[in-house]
Design a protein around this ligand. Structure first.
Ligand SMILES: *Cc1c(COP(=O)(O)O)cnc(C)c1O
Length: 402
């Protein structure tokens, strides 16, 4: 993990890591100012970041939290569902999402995906819902490719205000001419590899003022909403705790970084889009490499958090073999994700629809995420493409000569 986050000096044969955590100098200076200000935890920078971030994604309110995982758990707790109620989630997601469901006292039920999009469709959603009558669902715009949230909610029979949107990949994703961000609860991540890196952090955006108020208190021990001010000049020690809360607030150090990073986001998103187009152009039509699904431009826009190809279809190359060959050329890649039911803890506790999860299993066999981030140069993209084409071809030859 640490090695993938360090960015070497550029050069013809420099390492190309899978991900890059770029904290701008302006963000570093802003963090320094908070460190010397005498107030480092949740405070004025966090409030300003909440306003600026929610405005950027077209939501009424933002509640800053410690991670997207905490954002999802709090969003589920905000629904006040009976303990053990079923919650649908895609099988092709990050383990933190399923932990959030478990820690909210709810029961995860996995939904299979279409291996072309990496996401559940209406058929797989309906199939999973029939077995469990879900009370809520978590929907993921996987890789940053928008999915049709109202259609999936309808297929599940779940009202829209009980859909928690996992937007960890979807900062910059657009659907029906709007940024992903409006809704009951939409959960973002500022983890080191995400489109707006802080290092750690998360945000819940919402259009519901009552939900926002509940979340503001629940993220900080369930204390009355502005208890964070109790150590500021003029603050009072008095507060109430009306409900069980989490310790999941964001610090002003992180918020100061996030505010400065947000100013770069437009440029960063343009660069991600350029890189995706370059990959598309260079990899199109190569046997054994399938390009990522993209939205119809009339309907939505991709955030290009990931550039997920599928390798090895119709040829002898395996995904792991290709990834190993790229690693030998100092090119980092990743896989999104190991399906939840293939992780031993979740295998024991999750519900799986009858017939299993063949779409998620099929995708996992072939999926490979290539490097994509604003500081990746055109030359580096070309090197990745050349190495990938070679890796697929030589894996085929090796298999054929056996
Ligand atoms: C990164 C990620 C998360 C969790 O984000 P954290 O901020 O690290 O908690 C949740 N869902 C998906 C799909 C992710 O990729």
């Amino acid at each position: 993990m640490t090695e993938m986050l360090t960015r070497p000096m550029s050069g013809a044969s420099a390492r190309i890591p899978f991900a890059d955590c770029w904290i701008t100098e302006s963000a570093q200076r802003a963090a320094q100012r908070v460190l010397t200000s005498g107030w480092t935890t949740t405070g004025p920078e966090t409030l300003a970041f909440e306003h600026e971030f929610s405005a950027a994604v077209g939501a009424d309110e933002g509640v800053a939290v410690s991670s997207c995982t905490a954002a999802i758990e709090l969003s589920l707790r905000a629904l006040h569902l009976p303990s053990g109620a079923a919650v649908l989630t895609t099988a092709n997601t990050f383990c933190g999402v399923v932990h959030a469901i478990v820690h909210a006292g709810l029961r995860p039920v996995l939904v299979d995906v279409d291996p072309l999009t990496g996401m559940p469709d209406e058929t797989t959603t309906r199939h999973a819902a029939i077995t469990c009558t879900p009370a809520a669902m978590v929907v993921l715009h996987w890789a940053g490719d928008p999915c049709d949230v109202p259609a999936l909610a309808a297929a599940a029979g779940v009202p829209l205000n009980r859909v928690v949107v996992d937007a960890a990949h979807a900062l910059g994703t657009r659907w029906q001419q709007r940024a992903v961000g409006a809704g009951t609860t939409v959960c973002f991540s500022f983890y080191a590899t995400k489109n707006l890196p802080i290092g750690e952090g998360g945000m819940i955006t919402t259009d519901d003022p009552e939900v926002a108020e509940w979340l503001r208190s629940a993220r900080l021990h369930g204390m009355t909403a502005d208890a964070w001010r109790r150590y500021l000049p003029g603050g009072s020690f008095r507060y109430d705790v009306a409900e069980a809360g989490l310790k999941a607030n964001l610090t002003d150090i992180q918020a100061a970084i996030g505010r400065r990073q947000l100013r770069e986001l437009g440029r960063w998103q343009e660069r991600r889009t350029e890189i995706a187009a370059r990959y598309d152009a260079e990899l199109a039509g190569i046997p054994g490499i399938d390009l990522p699904h993209r939205p119809d431009p009339a309907v939505g826009a991709h955030s290009w958090h990931l550039y997920p190809v599928r390798v090895g279809h119709g040829v002898a190359a395996t995904r792991d073999g290709v990834a190993r060959r790229l690693a030998a050329q100092d090119i980092g890649t990743s896989v999104h994700f190991i399906p939840i039911h293939r992780l031993s803890y979740f295998h024991r506790i999750v519900s799986i629809p009858p017939g299993g999860l063949p779409g998620a299993d099929a995708l996992f066999e072939h999926e490979l995420s290539l490097p994509i981030y604003p500081r990746l140069t055109d030359d580096e993209v070309d090197r990745v493409c050349d190495a990938l084409v070679d890796a697929v071809a030589s894996a085929r030859e090796e298999k054929e000569t056996k």
